[in-house]
Design a binder for this molecule. Structure first.
Ligand SMILES: Cc1ncc(COP(=O)(O)O)c(C=O)c1O
Length: 496
């Protein structure tokens, strides 16, 4: 950092309380023109509260400076594999903010919110069509909640047939981590299956594991290795022949949109994360929206409320209904409505040709990075990938003692958000770097990223300490992550 940069950094890092000066205020009040009222009981008032006393311009600068410490997709490239941080068109926010959609209340009578219900109904229909399924619920507020709903439906389906011994769910080790958690919370016993050398489901292990207690099989597609399981048709046949429900985790459908209809391949339940596949500002836990699509045999079990459409001589009408054997409510009202509006706006803006283009661009971008970084980092599955590619920094670790985490920390110095690291888990891929460029990035951006990754690999060879101590250009340098997570400093104290 240069001297002026260091000076600026020191000034900008001052906390609000440290900018405070007694008696300084940021607002002026109008003259009192109503009778003065008594203050509450003096015992309830505190006079020793440390409150910042700052001018308006100081507080505006404070929050503006603070906002620059945040990294966002509007800032620069954000290749966070599996989390899909892609550009969120601002028109989606404008649509979600329309008063007719943002100022309605869930307790309003149905006839006064017909437009909002029509939008949800359309979205349900589009998602079912895109996935080749019979129906959709957009009640879940996250991918994991969609999985939970899907597994509850699988359970309800087996029980409705008097088949109460189906307690086992098989999940490959390349599945997303929420899959086993959702199955367990829904009351199942989970058995993990290995993936084979090529990263596909191991068919021999699957054949050996199925039986009359099989409730279902949860397949993340594309898998967390970023690849399409080329054993898929055999997997579906084996699972269905054994009486199991075939579950597809399609959180990242931006690899498949317009190309594959999972329902037509034989899946019974598929979920998609609207906040990833169909854009949505998210991160840090929300806000998100899930959607869960089902085949004909699971339709009666969909969660409530479900939006249905009827038509008579007075025209069409949309209502909230409860499917006959519904698993019940997942939460209050109609899911995360604002997120549904954004997903709908994205789909309608692109149209069917544009929606197919999503998967073409997402897959080409990921494969471009794969081809350009092959040889710089290890490539555990050297085959065409889908929307994301898994590299491994094991070569740098073995040769120069530099880990995947060090590479990620150094990327921050170049103003790029690190990819997902150590996922897939170390027992599947050592020192994994899961890179997802998404469909919305240009070739120029991808080339800059590739150039930076190659520079970092060179730095690892020439000056490993540079990586071991990175980042160097950020307000906080390398943190003790365990301490930061266990003992975060969240409050200003006068003596700190
Ligand atoms: C493949 C996959 N499945 C499930 C999920 C869980 O989604 P959520 O974080 O919305 O619960 C994710 C999220 O990253 C995912 O990538």
């Amino acid at each position: 950092m240069t001297v002026p940069e260091r000076w600026l950094e020191k000034h900008n890092r001052k906390l609000l309380m440290d900018r405070s000066a007694p008696g300084r205020i940021g607002a002026s009040h109008a003259k009192l023109d109503v009778p003065e009222s008594e203050l509450p009981d003096a015992a309830m008032l505190r006079d020793n509260l440390d409150m910042p006393e700052v001018s308006e311009s100081e507080i505006v600068r404070y929050f503006s400076q603070l906002s620059h410490y945040n990294f966002s997709i509007d800032h620069n490239f954000y290749p966070l594999g599996s989390c899909t941080m892609k550009y969120n068109p601002k028109i989606n926010d404008e649509m979600a903010a329309l008063p007719g959609l943002s100022e309605i209340h869930p307790f309003q009578p149905e006839e006064t919110v017909q437009g909002a219900l029509k939008l949800v109904w359309h979205l349900q229909e589009i998602l079912a069509e895109v996935m080749g399924m019979a129906g959709t619920s957009v009640s879940p507020k996250a991918g994991a909640e969609s999985e939970f709903a899907g597994m509850l439906m699988a359970r309800a389906y087996h029980l409705s047939r008097g088949d109460d011994k189906r307690k086992r769910v098989l999940i490959p080790d390349s599945a997303h981590g929420t899959n086993p958690a959702s199955a367990v919370v829904a009351g199942f016993h989970v058995v993990s299956l290995p993936t084979n050398e090529e990263g596909n489901t191991d068919l021999a292990a699957l054949e050996a594991a199925v039986g009359d207690d099989l409730a279902g099989f949860m397949l993340t597609q594309p898998s967390t290795l970023g690849i399409f399981d080329t054993n898929l048709s055999d997997v579906i046949r084996i699972v269905r022949d054994a009486g199991g429900i075939m579950y597809g985790d399609g959180a990242n459908l931006n690899a498949l949109l317009g190309k594959v209809k999972l329902g037509e391949l034989g899946f019974d339940v598929v979920h998609s994360n609207l906040h990833k596949t169909f854009t949505q500002p998210h991160g840090g836990g929300g806000p998100g929206a899930g959607s869960v699509m089902v085949s004909e045999r699971l339709l009666p079990f969909l969660p409530e409320p479900h939006v249905t459409r009827t038509e008579d001589e007075d025209g069409e009408r949309f209502s909230l209904s409860t499917p006959p054997q519904s698993i019940g409510k997942l939460g209050p009202f109609q899911g995360n409505f604002g997120a549904l509006v954004r997903a709908y706006a994205y789909i309608r803006t692109l149209g069917d040709v544009g929606v197919s283009q999503i998967s073409e661009d997402a897959v080409i971008n990921a494969n471009y990075i794969l081809s350009q970084l092959r040889g710089t980092f290890d490539l555990p599955q050297d085959r065409h990938c889908k929307h994301e590619v898994v590299f491994s920094a094991k070569n740098l670790k073995d040769e120069f003692g530099v880990s995947g985490k060090d590479v990620c920390k150094r990327l921050i110095d170049y103003g790029i958000h690190p990819p997902t690291m150590y996922f897939p888990l170390p027992d599947v891929v050592e020192e994994s770097l899961l890179i997802e460029p998404t469909e919305t990035e240009s070739k120029e951006t991808l080339d800059q990223f590739i150039e930076v990754m190659k520079l970092i690999a060179k730095e690892a060879e020439e000056d490993p300490d540079l990586l071991l101590n990175a980042p160097h250009n950020t307000p906080n340098t390398r943190l003790d992550e365990a301490l930061a997570a266990r003992r975060p400093v969240l409050r200003w104290r006068r003596d700190d």
